[in-house]
Design a protein around this ligand. Structure first.
Ligand code: CA
Length: 227
């Protein structure tokens, strides 16, 4: 049994999903547009979110991205139409856990839900691996971080940047590489945005953010992580 949020603007579809999920023992809330869906999702009251893509007020793509940006880790299954929407779900790093293409059978959907919930529970219970970078301890698989004073709340993008640097520690990472990896392909923030996040990360990691020993600037290129 899970508390499920269904974000779907087609009333019949929404009600059909609600009935099927309730029949399977889940508790269901409905939201009929992207804004309402996002507001519900960030309440953190749900264990699973079914998210349609074409929604009034805010697309499912944006809703998913914003949920993750607020560091809400609730599993998300996108409901997509065939074709370009599927390509986009796969191509963008939205942070969705799975997708299902319309039309789908109830059986298929329930099986997907079960699999996603199981994966999520495994991830939570296996715990991750604490990694130390400077004065920060971080567990990338569970998006948790702490320092000697206790738990810290990092932004989703802070985790993603630090994770990428960690996976390529010792290498010189270009700013545009980070933009590609962390921001995806359809948004174009400037490389200055990367620098702003690095400033934030140094506050967490470095003893003296003005004299970094771990997140080092490589002039004219980008950054390298020494850990
Ligand atoms: Ca729709």
């Amino acid at each position: 049994m899970a508390k499920v949020l269904v974000v779907e603007d087609e009333i019949e579809m929404a009600n059909g999903l609600k009935d099927a999920l309730m029949f399977d023992g889940h508790k269901v809330s409905l939201a009929y547009d992207g804004e309402a869906g996002l507001n519900e999702a960030v309440s953190g009251a749900y264990e699973l979110i079914l998210l349609d893509i074409k929604l009034p007020k805010k697309s499912g793509f944006d809703v998913c991205r914003e949920i993750r940006a607020q560091n809400i880790r609730t599993p998300v299954i996108m409901l997509t139409a065939r074709g370009r929407e599927v390509d986009k779900v796969l191509g963008l790093e939205l942070g969705a856990d799975d997708y299902i293409t319309k039309p789908f059978s109830v059986m298929e959907l329930l099986a997907r839900i079960k699999a996603v919930l199981r994966r999520y529970a495994d991830k939570q219970s296996n715990g991750g691996e604490w990694i130390r970078i400077g004065k920060l301890k971080v567990d990338f698989s569970r998006y948790m971080a702490e320092d000697d004073d206790g738990p810290l709340e990092l932004l989703h993008k802070e985790y993603e940047i630090l994770k990428y640097l960690w996976e390529h520690r010792g290498e010189k990472i270009r700013r545009d590489q980070l933009l590609d990896r962390v921001w995806g392909y359809d948004v174009f923030p400037s490389t200055r945005t990367v620098d702003n996040y690095i400033v934030k990360l140094r506050k967490h990691v470095e003893d003296d953010p003005n004299r970094p020993k771990h997140i080092i600037t490589v002039y004219g290129i980008g950054y390298t992580l020494i850990a």
